[in-house]
Design a protein around this ligand. Structure first.
Ligand code: URA
Length: 217
């Protein structure tokens, strides 16, 4: 069963309202992406396995629980990069494996151009990071790559999704949980006249998440 978690956290909703705003400058935009990624990762990691550990405190021994599994963060280049830093602060021992996928502007299908995964899986849980789940093509391709690598537990963590992307990812990979801050209305269609926005963008969305982070728009 696909599980789609749209965050209801007030901080997520507030920060998303700032992130979407046209006037939000790249520096603030990056800060918000980082903070939203942390909040969403907090929710996405709520079911991580724990193991008992005994810890010496200054006054005795405490029965504690520590993370059992190794986590891999898999940002989809380039806009997933901005989500890494915040999550890494929460999970400092996470491994980060980059995946380069871009959307062909004509077919809107993902084209893989970079992958630095080692031969065998080194982590038990993978978090795919991509702020925008638009057509779902890149997300499905990323899960295909990770499953081909041998990863079993995979979650997608994004910021804004289109219903089309949620449907495509859920149908292709029903075992992958989707954690998202908001599910928007629809995707832009093929342009019919000059000045129309490019196709496959989320409406109302926030525009191009890569350009807005890196100041390249
Ligand atoms: N990628 C983006 O950056 N924005 C969208 O709306 C869709 C894909």
């Amino acid at each position: 069963m696909p599980r789609v978690f749209e965050s209801q956290h007030p901080l997520v909703k507030h920060k998303l309202s700032l992130l979407r705003r046209t006037g939000t400058e790249p520096k603030k935009f990056r800060e918000l992406i980082r903070e939203l990624a942390m909040l969403l990762a907090y929710e996405a990691t709520a079911d991580l396995a724990l193991e008992p550990v005994q810890v010496a405190t200054p006054l005795g021994v405490a029965d504690c629980r520590a993370l059992q599994e190794k986590i891999g963060l898999v940002p989809i280049l380039r806009s997933g990069l901005g989500m890494v830093e915040g999550i890494w602060e929460l999970l400092p021992s996470a491994e980060v494996w980059h995946l380069g996928l871009y959307r062909d502007h004509k077919t809107l299908e993902p084209v893989a151009y970079y992958n630095n995964l080692p031969v065998h899986p080194t982590v038990q849980v993978c978090l795919i990071l991509d702020p925008m789940l638009a057509t779902g093509g890149s997300a499905v391709a990323a899960v295909d790559v990770l499953k081909g690598w041998g990863a079993h537990r995979i979650k997608f963590v994004g910021i804004i999704a289109a219903p089309e992307g949620v449907k495509r990812l859920s149908q292709a990979h029903p075992d992958v949980d989707i954690h998202i801050a908001a599910i928007d209305s629809h995707l832009t269609p093929e342009p019919v006249q000059p000045g129309d926005p490019p196709p496959g963008y989320i409406v109302p969305g926030l525009g191009d998440a890569g350009d807005r982070q890196f100041g390249t728009g």
